[in-house]
Structure formats: structure tokens, C-alpha cells
Design a protein. Structure first.
Length: 155
């Protein structure tokens, strides 16, 4: 086993941007931030993958992070510009009916065929196209895509 307190120190998870105080619980899909001259927007949760298992020397790290909804998130660039590590991320805008990254992960990974949950995810107009398409596929087929390669590195 591993200790999340000891393990989760930036940039230990492969992240490109690390912040203090921002978590899956208080970051929402569609949150728009000023970062230096750039404007960025939260577009989707990150999908934990087997590379975390390799990094931490355990076969279950990625699965545990997914189960805990500690996935992180990705940004899309709305307006490019000069940024630096010293520039603060300033929340500019939050959607009217936001869903936190953690809640979205709980629905998407924890109850992946729940029609009500999938419909709630689809209501997020700022969610990336790739995630939106996966949700539509689940609703149409009533099947969840195979996560084994992403999580474990094997089929």
C-alpha cells in the first residue's frame, strides 16, 4: 500500500500545473481562469493511467486514484499568452450550474451506466468533446468502455 499524504506532492502525478488549495472538490468543469496573460478553462477530469502504477511501484495506484475521484483535471486554452510560475490563477467565471471535478468523476467512474448521472454530465456544456462523446456512447449502448489498458497497461 501507499500513503496519499506522503505520495501526493507536486509534481508527483505527471501534472503540468500544480496549485495550492485547488482540489477536485472546489474546481468545476467550465471554471475559467486568468493566468498571466492567458485565459484557461477546466475542460475535463484527467483519467488516471497505468503510468502512475509504474511511477509508484504498485499495480493499483491508478485504480485507487480513480475510485477516490482524485483524478486531477485538464484545461483548454481560451486565449494564449505569456505565463509564469509566479502568476496566480484568478477565477474569472464559473458556469451557472457547475459540477465539481470530484462529483463528475464519481458519476463517470463510480456509477458509469447510471442514466440520471450521465444526463447530469451531459448538461455540462463546457465538458470536452471527447468526454461528451463517451457519455453519449454509454447512454446509447448501455456499455462502459474497457478501462484495463488505461488503468493497468494491459487488455
Amino acid at each position: 500500500r501507499f500513503s496519499l499524504d506522503e505520495t501526493c506532492r507536486a509534481p508527483s502525478m505527471g501534472e503540468n500545473i500544480s496549485t495550492i488549495g485547488m482540489t477536485e472538490e472546489n474546481v468545476f468543469i467550465g471554471d475559467r481562469y486568468q493566468w498571466g496573460e492567458a485565459i484557461i478553462e477546466v475542460s475535463q477530469p484527467r483519467s488516471p493511467c497505468y503510468k502512475l502504477n509504474r511511477r509508484w511501484g504498485t499495480d493499483s495506484f491508478s485504480v485507487t486514484m480513480q475510485e477516490l475521484s482524485l483524478c486531477g483535471w485538464l484545461y483548454r486554452v481560451i486565449s494564449p499568452g505569456q505565463v509564469s510560475a509566479e502568476d496566480a490563477l484568478i477565477l474569472m467565471e464559473r458556469p451557472a450550474s457547475p459540477i465539481s471535478v470530484k462529483d463528475l468523476c464519481r458519476l463517470y467512474f463510480g456509477d458509469p451506466l447510471n442514466r440520471e448521472g450521465l444526463t447530469a454530465i451531459l448538461a455540462q456544456t463546457k465538458l470536452s468533446e471527447s468526454w461528451t462523446q463517451k457519455v453519449i456512447e454509454r447512454l446509447e449502448t448501455r456499455q462502459v468502455e474497457n478501462w484495463n489498458f488505461r488503468l493497468l497497461g494491459r487488455a
